[in-house]
Design a protein around this ligand. Structure first.
Ligand SMILES: [Zn+2]
Length: 209
C-alpha cells in the first residue's frame, strides 16, 4: 500500500505527482494550508479573503489582502476563492507534506488531525477534473475555516465527498476537530479513540458515490 510506506507525510518537491493533496504548516504548526498539486509547479487551492489565514484573530488579516505584490512567477496577488498559484505561493516558505488516504485505523490513531484519513481517494483524473472545475466555476460554498475550508476543498477534490446540509458535523476536515479537542483537554487522554471516532464519522455521513 503506497500510503502505508511512510510515517511522516513530509515529501520532497521532486516526489510530487499531479493530483496529490498537499499541505504546509503555518504559524508554528497551529494549522495547515491544503491544496491539490496539478503539475508543472501549480497548485489549486481554496483561500479566504484572509489569505489562508486559518483560525487566527481577524485583527491581523484583512489589511494584508489586496496589498500583496503580484508574484513574479504566477501573478498571484492575494485574491480569495479557488485559485491556481505556483508551489512557492502555496508553501509560503513552509515545508511540503502529502495528505494520506486509505490509512489503516491502527495507524490513524497515532496521526494528527488534518494529515490523513482512512477514506480512500478516487482516480487522479477525477481529482484534477474537480479541481479545475472549481477553479473555473467556484467551490460549492464560500470559505469558512470551521465549516468549509481548504482541507475540505482538497478532500472533496480527492474523494468527491461532500457533507450534506444539516449533518451533525459540518466539515470534512480535521483541523476544526483538533481545535474542539483543544477546548476539552481531558479528551487528550483518549486521543486515539477520538481520532478514529471523528474519522469514521466522516465516512458515515459522507458515503462515497
Ligand atoms: Zn507564485
Amino acid at each position: 500500500m503506497e500510503s502505508e510506506k511512510k510515517l511522516s507525510n513530509k515529501i520532497d518537491g521532486s516526489e510530487l505527482q499531479p493530483g496529490d493533496h498537499i499541505y504546509s504548516w503555518r504559524k508554528l504548526k497551529t494549522y495547515a494550508h491544503h491544496g491539490i498539486f496539478v503539475g508543472e509547479d501549480k497548485v489549486i487551492h481554496f483561500t479566504s479573503s484572509k489569505a489562508d489565514s486559518g483560525y487566527s484573530s481577524t485583527a491581523t488579516v484583512s489589511k494584508n489582502v489586496s496589498k500583496k505584490k503580484p508574484c513574479t512567477k504566477c501573478g498571484y496577488d492575494g485574491k480569495a476563492g479557488v485559485i491556481e498559484t505556483c508551489l512557492d505561493c502555496f508553501l509560503k516558505g513552509g515545508e511540503l507534506y502529502r495528505y494520506g488516504y486509505n490509512i489503516s485505523r491502527r495507524r490513524l490513531m497515532f496521526t494528527r488531525f488534518g494529515t490523513c484519513t482512512s477514506v480512500s481517494c478516487g482516480p487522479v483524473e477525477d481529482t484534477l477534473r474537480r479541481a479545475y472545475d472549481y477553479l473555473k466555476n467556484g467551490y460549492i460554498t464560500d470559505y469558512s475555516f470551521l465549516e468549509k475550508n481548504c482541507e475540505d476543498f482538497a478532500v472533496n477534490c480527492k474523494t468527491g465527498l461532500t457533507v450534506p446540509t444539516g449533518a451533525d458535523t459540518n466539515t470534512l476536515s480535521g483541523q476544526p476537530c483538533f481545535l474542539r479537542l483543544m477546548e476539552k483537554p481531558y479528551l487528550l487522554a483518549a486521543y486515539p479513540i477520538v481520532r478514529i471516532h471523528e474519522d469514521s464519522k466522516l465516512r458515515k455521513i459522507c458515503p462515497k458515490h
